[in-house]
Design a protein. Sequence first.
Length: 192
Amino acid sequence: MKTIKLVLLVTFFCAVLYPVTASPIISDNKPWSFIQIGIVPDAVALVPSDIPVLGINVELFCGLQERVGILNVQPIVGITDVVKGVSIQGVGLNSETIGLQLGVVTFQNYFCGANLALVTGARENHGLQVGLVNLSGGAAPAMDGQDTEPPAAAGVQFGLVNCTTTGFQFGLFNYNADSIIPVTLLFNYSSR
């Protein structure tokens, strides 16, 4: 009975998220997959890493799937271009993440949603970062290798150590380069 309830819950979850994630992940007249199970990218995997996955992506050791919608599970290392939906990654290095991100260390260029990890980083943060160390704006590393000034994004950070150039911060130690008082305890805020 529990298995049936779990299958129904996952099916309902996927049905609700499908319209939101489908258009940015898949395009007309191009192949895509509902499921990906992989151990080694492009060698021991159901589909190649350049085929978008709209459904469930599970890559056990190292994941390099380019575009994933709905559920992304990469428990060790995941390097993904676009993730929309729920993403569970040990070490996650993504260009764009929209949705719920869970992990140990997660970095992305663009983030919108909720990110829960020990260390979080987003060059452009439009969401909530919760972790021991949270980095955003110019303090976060660029995933594309470019060191250009990131666009202004007013996200929220909760953690022991927070570092950003714009947004709200709640934590023991907060550094905000554009704030009136750059270094504060407990709370800080700035907007460019």
